[in-house]
Design a binder for this molecule. Structure first.
Ligand code: SAH
Ligand code: SF4
Ligand code: F3S
Length: 440
């Protein structure tokens, strides 16, 4: 029998990317093989994100466009999963307006996909299966990872922080930590298969361990993973500033495999806005924390997330954000226009900021950030950096790209046989978002 082909379209964060790797592993165990071509697929899955409106709108657009394909190929199965499907009102929109969708499942029941496909074949009706209140941890699914040398590993699921703008606690459920031995076993098995870099994933890794029945922290986990032979680099995302302990800073400073990079979302430079966001730290707390980290790890690369135009943000509040980014001097930042998310507290606030003001502030923020990124990169000019080679550049097949321990993207000429290797690169030229150099 001819193998069936599948494709997965993924939106959203690393958590979702990794979930797609798990879905891919499940489907390949069922005999499906990957294709890039939707026209040639027997099974198409959309793994969705709800964190901002544009992510949501893209999915509706894509699903609408698939109506024709489904008409041409009635055997095609169309599934939608991910964060959008955790919300009943969105599932209802799909059921009402996109009746060609066959399977709907959530973030907590990926492991049930084979059963859901069977149920669909038996009934030929739309199958919906979502766990609204995600509390479980499912351990027995592996992942069909995109790279053979760097891997995502979940350490915890969910989030308990309820920042007032954010939908994630409503799509990923309550915070729960994986047992350390399961994580360590997974990393050990990746190391045996030749993986060099591990990125530990959680919405707030600093509160790792709180749901375990014994004392074990994220710093303890880093110590244990640092001991695993074969692993060369350890990264993690994301750290909430309110929970970043001295113990963790100490672990980062002393463990040789933990990379000199910290992603520490600030969101806003105004303590007043931070309070309404329910972030539980002030601008001063954050600056003190940055100082403490830099005292202990002087060359650490700091990156952040910033939201522009949160409800009630005044010109003064926004100027405080500009002042803060100038003080901290980030290596890089993800910047977002505040997006109303139904179901969150901030969505009900009356003092929403008009789009044109948001856009104008957003541009001013970028104009402030870019020269800082460039300045931070300048310190690598003529220096030799260790790069984990990741792929061939999309624009030039002679050029390879990879990342330094500090998370900097580097371009250099080389043979694609080097992909997956650690090489030393001398930096000849520096740009705002990349470094350019040659292998030595
Ligand atoms: N758990 C992580 C990341 C969560 S989502 C953390 O706490 O850092 C990634 C980023 O999306 C957030 O840091 C925030 O900057 C942004 N974000 C979340 N909700 C948003 C919204 N409603 N509008 C705009 N940006 C948002
Ligand atoms: Fe969202 Fe805040 Fe949780 Fe991050 S910590 S996922 S921003 S609620
Ligand atoms: Fe990630 Fe988007 Fe869900 S950011 S957790 S995929 S809402």
């Amino acid at each position: 029998m001819k193998s069936k082909k599948y494709t997965i379209v993924t939106y959203g964060c690393q958590m979702n990317e990794h979930d797609s790797e798990k879905i891919s592993w499940i489907l390949e165990n069922m005999g499906y093989i990957w294709t890039d071509d939707k026209e040639d697929s027997d099974f198409i899955i959309y793994n969705t994100c709800l964190v901002r409106e544009n992510a949501e709108l893209k999915v509706y657009g894509q699903l609408g466009a698939l109506k024709d394909l489904k008409r041409k190929n009635p055997d095609l199965i169309l599934a939608v999963c991910g964060c959008m499907m955790q919300r009943e009102e969105i599932r209802n929109i799909i059921l009402r307006k996109y009746r060609h969708v066959d399977i709907i499942f959530g973030t907590g029941n990926i492991h049930k996909l084979p059963q859901l496909i069977n149920r669909y074949h038996q009934s030929n009706e739309t199958v919906v299966d979502v766990v609204e209140d995600n509390r479980e941890i499912v351990e027995n699914i592996d992942a069909n990872r995109k790279y053979s040398f760097k891997a995502y590993v979940n350490v915890m699921y969910g989030c308990n922080n309820f920042c007032t703008y954010c939908i994630v606690p409503y799509t990923r459920g309550r915070e729960r930590s994986r047992e350390p031995e399961n994580i360590i076993e997974e990393v050990r098995s990746l190391a045996e298969r030749g993986y060099k870099e591990i990125t530990l994933l959680g919405q707030n890794v600093n509160s790792y361990g709180k749901t375990l029945s014994y004392d074990y922290t994220f710093a303890n986990l880093l110590e244990d993973i640092n001991k695993i032979d074969g692993i060369k680099r350890i990264r993690f995302m994301t750290s909430h500033p309110k929970d970043l302990s001295d113990e963790l800073i100490e672990a980062m400073a002393s463990l040789d495999k933990v990379c000199e990079h910290l992603h520490l979302p600030i969101q806003s430079g105004s303590s007043r806005i931070l309070k309404v966001m329910n972030r539980k730290y002030t601008k001063e707390d954050y600056l003190r924390l940055v100082e403490k980290i830099r005292n202990r790890i002087p060359d650490i690369a700091l990156t952040t997330d910033i939201i522009v135009g949160f409800p009630g943000e005044t010109e003064e509040d926004f100027n405080e954000t500009l002042e803060l980014v100038k003080k901290v001097e980030y290596d890089s930042a993800f910047t977002f226009l505040y997006s109303i998310r139904e179901g969150t507290i901030a969505a009900r606030m009356e003092n929403q900021i008009p789009d044109d003001i948001k856009q104008e502030r957003f541009q001013r923020l970028l104009d402030t950030l870019y020269p800082i990124f460039y300045k931070k990169n300048l310190k690598y000019q003529d220096k030799v950096v260790e790069v984990l080679v990741e792929e061939v550049s999309k624009n030039n097949e002679k050029v390879l790209t990879g990342r330094t321990r500090h998370g900097k993207l580097v371009h250099f000429e080389g043979d694609k046989k080097l992909i997956g290797q650690l090489v030393d690169v001398k930096i000849d030229n520096v740009k705002t978002f990349t470094l350019e150099g040659h292998i030595i």
